[in-house]
Design a protein around this ligand. Sequence first.
Ligand SMILES: [Zn+2]
Length: 107
Amino acid sequence: MHIKKGDQVEVITGKELNKGKRGEVIKVFPKENRVVVQGINIQTKHQRQVQSEGKTINPGIVKLEGPIDASNVMVVCKKCNRPTRISISREGDKAVRVCKRCGGLID
Ligand SMILES: [Zn+2]
């Protein structure tokens, strides 16, 4: 997968709600080809009501980012500040990711 934790990405397709939004990748699931992006695809989870020593603890609402398909996002190039396709190029024995628009390094 060409996306790494810490990358800035823009949602280019998928749910209307998330489209065009940018955020930092906080988790990647390479096997599932999915990523979790900060502030994108927020899912509200209701916590169950808990009984404790005769008291009822109010159920809370937890907001958490849900994973989205990695193919729905594009990495934002730091140099040209646009979502871009990436090509892999070699620098010595190291593979680096390069912006296809401007040739700038992504890493
Ligand atoms: Zn660029």
